[in-house]
Write a protein that binds this ligand. Structure first.
Ligand code: ADP
Ligand code: MG
Length: 804
């Protein structure tokens, strides 16, 4: 590996006849680098004034001044590179400079004299000379000639084309392989077995280049030409081939856009006319910088082709061609500046050795045969590459035994035969893979079974849930049916209750309650007999019947008044009074009976005491005394007998009272029934009359419960009509509860109960007011009948509600 920086040389073109040389000096030091200095005078008229700096100094490997001949240039610059190429390294020589500075002259040479031959013909001559001299190797030489114009490549050596224009030449494109190696598609590699053939190809390329060039496109100054010599070499009998390339590059003119300027700005870098050169410079700058990871080779075709030559596996040399005409000093300085940057680039050239596969196969085959022969000599057996069937079976058995052997120290001994060892490994690998496959299958099977089991469990749960759901549905249906039946039954019961209430009378209810009241806890708690008696009093079935239904307040009021004025009410009152007396008498008798019984019990206790005393006396005294009758005891017994008589009498009386009370109750019931019936008849008549007189009062009513004739035939007055008089608390009266349940008229509950004389104003409620008006009218009629003074309807009415 050769690691070195790019060598940079300078060549100064001789001045033309009419050219004026700029001030420059060349210092070629044999030991170290040469230096080239430009002196720019301050007063230079055409813009190259730089007040700060008059001198520009550049270092080169060697500077070839105007008088330097082509052979010297070749010997110094190209020869060392050609030698490297012959040794197997890649090499590049490129000429860089402005148009007319001698690039083509240096690379290709002048057309007039033989001595003006440039680097390419001289190198070709030199290489073929060397190749002929070196008989130790077999060399193959090819040449290619590429022209890049405007980012397009053209093959200058295509013999099939007689190019008259650049466009007619085959286009060359760049290809990049996966290893990022550049390949030029369509660029022909022409074999040149000797100098003559090679020079002919060069001549062909130059001719193509010249013909294609027109004064208009100035292809020569704007295009780059790369002449490449490809050399491959190998030593006879060796599989190793060395391949090397030598690029001889004639670049496009490096002149810049701006050539004029004042105030020292002119020497700042102007832009290249040629874009490829701009990219070349970018690559050079990037390569010159330390730690620069990305080099923009791909930006142009030229840098792509010269990739290896710049910072890669190549021995590269640059020739900066300078035209030192006064007017070209600036371009010369630019060329030198560029050269200085290039000089910083380090390349690493390596030997490009390849192994020829065909040669390698032949070589290896030979080696194998030699080894086989050797082996046969040692073992005495002819060994083929394949194992025999017998050997294979034997190996199978050995492997089986080895695998079945539980001994950890067991060996699989097949001898020093690689074929057998390999077979064993392959066999074992196969067995292992088979086992893996089986495991996988088993796992899959297990998973699928598990899935099946899970599925079964899920299905079972689903079934259970469905059954449960069905069960609940059935239960709900049954409950709904039951509810419907209950509802129906309740409705029927309500209907029957309403119907039945028509058969009972409120008066009966009232009486029943009054009877209960008469034997209130206060009066009967102490007398068991009295309690027994009251409970034994016969109560007609209709008295205990609980009635529902409605009665408007007006109707109740009317009933109260009607009751007062009814003839039977006196009888009822009388019987009530009598019943009260009998209750009181019965209560008194009960108390007396209790006392008598207690007295009898007390007397019995005294007798017992007496007996005990006498028994004690009998122990202490004589027996005679004991035999005599005890006078005290006799007296006590007499008293008991009297008390018993009295008790019996009183009990008989109480029984008589019971019968009397029962009778009185029946009488009262009868009277009350008659009273209610009379009231209903009268109420109906009055309502009919009222309807005839004022039909709007009826029609204005929202409900049909106001008037008896509008009620259902089964509906009659309820116990509500007596609620004011019974003074039974709601909690004690289930009838009251029922009333509230069945009541559809809230007024009966919200109005002030007529327990005492009550003033009832008109309420504004159509229902209630209609009732009141009806009542007033009825009352008026009654009073008129009885000859009492009447009050005007609408005025406040005092109603005595003291019933019975
Ligand atoms: P470039 O290729 O850089 O544009 P050329 O190589 O075409 O320039 O040179 C321009 C002219 O100068 C040509 O006619 C060429 O013969 C001549 N020339 C260049 N260099 C030399 C030199 N060293 N000695 C004699 N003539 C030269
Ligand atoms: Mg040229």
């Amino acid at each position: 590996m050769v690691k070195e920086t790019i060598r940079v040389y300078a060549r100064v073109k001789p001045l033309g006849r009419r050219q004026q040389a700029g001030i420059y000096s060349v210092d070629n030091d044999e030991k170290s680098l040469s230096s080239l200095e430009f002196i720019v005078p301050r007063d230079l008229a055409d813009g190259f004034v730089n007040n700060k700096q008059e001198s520009y100094k550049f270092k080169f490997q060697k500077i070839f001044d105007q008088e330097a001949k082509q052979d010297v240039v070749f010997d110094n610059i190209a020869k060392p590179v050609a030698e490297c190429v012959l040794a197997g390294y890649n090499g590049t020589i490129f000429a860089y400079g402005q148009t007319g500075s001698g690039k083509t002259f240096t690379i290709t040479g002048g057309a007039e004299r033989y001595s003006d031959r440039g680097i390419i013909p001289r190198t070709l001559s030199y290489i073929f000379d060397q190749l002929q001299k070196d008989g130790s190797k077999v060399y193959t030489t090819h040449v290619s000639y590429l022209e890049i114009y405007n980012e397009c490549g053209y093959d200058l050596l295509d013999p099939r084309h007689e190019a008259s224009r650049l466009k007619d030449l085959p286009k060359v494109t760049i290809m990049e392989d996966p290893d990022q190696n550049i390949h030029l598609k369509n660029l022909s590699l022409q074999q040149a077995t000797n100098e003559e053939e090679a020079l002919n190809l060069l001549f062909l390329g130059d001719t193509n280049r010249m013909i294609a060039e027109t004064p208009m496109n100035q292809a020569s100054s704007r295009s780059h030409c790369i002449f490449t010599i490809h050399i491959s070499s190998k030593e006879p009998g060796s599989a190793t081939i060395r391949r090397s390339k030598l690029h001889l590059v004639d670049l496009a003119g490096s002149e810049r856009v701006a050539k004029t300027g004042v105030g020292g700005h002119i020497l700042t870098e102007a832009k290249y006319i040629n874009l490829s050169l701009h990219h070349l410079e970018q690559v050079i700058i990037a390569l010159a910088e330390k730690n620069r990871s990305h080099i923009p080779y791909r930006n142009s075709m030229m840098t792509s082709v010269l990739r290896d030559s710049l910072g890669g596996n190549c021995m590269t040399t640059m020739i900066a061609t300078l035209s030192i005409d006064r007017r070209n000093i600036d371009e010369s300085i630019s060329t030198c500046r560029f050269a200085q940057r290039v000089a910083l680039i380090k390349n690493e050239a390596v030997l490009n050795e390849e192994i020829d596969p065909t040669l390698m196969i032949i070589k290896l085959k030979k080696e194998i045969q030699e080894l086989k022969d050797e082996l046969m000599l040692v073992t005495g057996k002819q060994r083929t590459s394949e194992l025999s069937q017998e050997e294979l079976l034997q190996l199978d058995e050995l492997i089986e035994t080895f695998l079945e052997d539980n001994d950890p120290n067991s060996n699989l001994d097949v001898g020093a035969d690689m074929r057998k060892i390999k077979y064993c490994f392959i066999h074992l690998k196969q067995l292992m893979n088979d086992s893996k496959m089986t495991d996988k299958k088993l796992l899959l099977q297990h998973n699928s079974e598990e899935k099946d089991t899970n599925k079964e469990v899920e299905e079972e749960e689903l079934k259970k849930l469905k059954e449960l759901l069905q069960q609940r549905d059935n239960e709900i249906n049954i409950l709904v049916n039951m509810l419907k039946k209950e509802k129906k039954r309740a409705q029927e019961a309500l209907f029957q209750l309403n119907a039945a209430s028509a058969g009972s009378t409120v008066l009966e209810q009232s009486l029943c309650v009054k009877l209960e009241e008469s034997q209130s806890p206060a009066s009967s708690s102490s007398l068991k007999e009295a309690k027994d008696f009251s409970s034994s009093v016969h109560r007609p079935p209709f008295l205990s019947r609980q009635t529902g239904g409605n009665m408007s307040l007006g109707c109740q009021e009317a009933f109260e008044v009607f009751k007062q004025d009814h003839a039977d009410s006196i009888t009822i009152e009388d019987n009530k009074e009598l019943l009260k007396q009998r209750y009181a008498e019965a209560k008194c008798l009960g108390e007396k009976l209790n006392k008598v019984r207690n007295k009898i019990n007390h007397l019995k206790g005294e007798i017992t005491q007496r007996h005990i005393q006498r028994a004690v006396l009998a122990v202490s005294s004589s027996s005679e005394e004991l035999n005599t009758l005890d006078p005290v005891e006799e007296q006590l017994r007499k008293q008991i007998e009297e008390e018993k008589k009295s008790y019996k009498m009183m009990l008989n009386r109480l029984k008589g009272l019971k019968v009397e009370i029962e009778h009185l109750q029946l009488l009262m019931e009868k009277a009350k029934m008659k009273l209610q019936k009379d009231f209903e008849v009268w109420w109906s008549e009055e309502a009919q009359k009222l309807q005839q007189e004022k039909p709007e009062m009826v029609s204005s009513s929202n409900t049909v419960t106001v008037y008896p004739q509008l009620r259902k035939p089964s509906q009659h007055l309820s116990i509500n009509s007596f609620s004011e008089t019974t003074r039974v608390s709601p909690s004690e009266d289930p009838a009251g509860k029922n009333n509230s349940m069945f009541s559809s008229n809230p007024i009966s509950k919200t109005r002030t109960p007529a327990s005492s004389s009550t003033s009832i104003p008109l309420t504004g409620d159509s229902q209630a007011d209609a009732d009141i008006l009806a009542f007033m009218k009825a009352r008026q009629n009654i009073l008129q009948k009885k000859g009492k003074p009447c009050q005007k309807p609408g005025s406040q009415t005092k109603i005595s509600s003291t019933a019975f």
